[in-house]
Design a protein around this ligand. Structure first.
Ligand SMILES: [Zn+2]
Length: 294
């Protein structure tokens, strides 16, 4: 007499569903790889819109967070009343909120008072849209790496926008990026390599901040930057971390030169986060060339 293991019908259905979804994605990828115009246009259009909306949302959260009393939680910046004009307080319509096109349709002005809406908003939305739309071309179609890169780019943009406006990054954002990278980075094969990358990222950022602080005799401690170093390291793995941080330092210096505004003491204070986070998606794209195989 043999006892056959019983098979849960729901579990079986789940497996079939997953297999079907996997097949659909494979089919979609085959059409994408073959350059089918409808599939390519749908994928790039959707990803462009996703990136542009993520940028629009991030700028809004960063802007609101900077105008809230200190120590207010991130959720307070998201759940405050609907978006309105900075000049006249007019509530923005659905058309105004469409990324890039809303700004173009209104020719960069508020429909109520004619107040100027800075061009950096549609520019950032378009840039993020292009970054996300490029992901399937860089990572071989709708692969795990493509989805991961889009997620990292959007989360990194949120961290960078908040850091630029506020000079700090809420730990909800950095921890989300860190733990998602530790758990699921498709760029690093095993969890120990991710943990080692995170540790190295944190240590390198902490040591360089401590050295600058000691050299300039100023307090440069920034927990947010150390957390961002760890988060990037978790996604990248051990080998690409130092390259990523090296490139981020160059970008940071470039930002400082372009946006320099010295205060009375002749010091320029600019957060390191935007450079760290801005270079991260590029580092992910370059990581196969940096990391030695095996
Ligand atoms: Zn207005």
């Amino acid at each position: 007499m043999s006892i056959r293991p019983s098979r849960c019908p729901i579990e079986g259905l789940g497996n079939d569903g997953r297999a079907r979804m996997h097949e659909q994605v494979e089919l979609f990828n085959a059409f994408f790889a073959a350059g089918d115009p409808v599939v390519v246009a749908t994928v790039t259009g959707f990803l462009f819109l996703l990136g542009a909306c993520a940028a629009s949302f991030s700028c809004l959260v960063a802007f609101r967070l900077a105008r809230l009393p200190e120590d207010r939680p991130l959720i307070a910046a998201i759940s405050t009343p609907p978006s309105s004009c900075d000049h006249c307080g007019r509530r923005l319509s659905m058309l105004d909120l469409v990324p890039v096109l809303g700004w173009l349709a209104a020719r960069g002005r508020c429909r109520g008072c004619g107040g100027n809406v800075p061009a950096r908003y549609p520019a950032l939305e378009a840039a993020m849209g292009l970054v996300c739309a490029a992901a399937p071309f860089v990572f071989g179609g709708l692969t795990a790496q493509c989805f991961a890169a889009v997620f990292v780019a959007c989360t990194a943009f949120l961290a960078a926008a908040i850091d630029w406006e506020n000079g700090l990054v809420p730990e909800e954002v950095t921890w989300t990026l860190l733990f998602s990278g530790l758990l699921a980075s498709p760029f690093v094969t095993d969890v120990w390599s991710r943990a080692a990358g995170a540790a190295l990222g944190a240590i390198l950022v902490w040591v360089s901040m401590a050295l600058i602080g000691w050299w300039k005799r100023i307090d440069t401690r920034a927990v947010g930057d150390v957390a961002m170093g760890a988060a990037g390291g978790a996604w990248l793995g051990l080998q690409p971390v130092s390259w990523w941080l090296f490139a981020a330092c160059f970008v940071h210096v470039a930002i400082c030169v372009l946006a320099a505004s010295e205060d009375e003491e002749g010091m320029t204070w600019l957060p390191f986060g935007p450079a760290l986070m801005g270079v991260l998606p590029v580092a992910l794209a370059a990581s196969p060339w940096i990391a030695t195989p095996g």
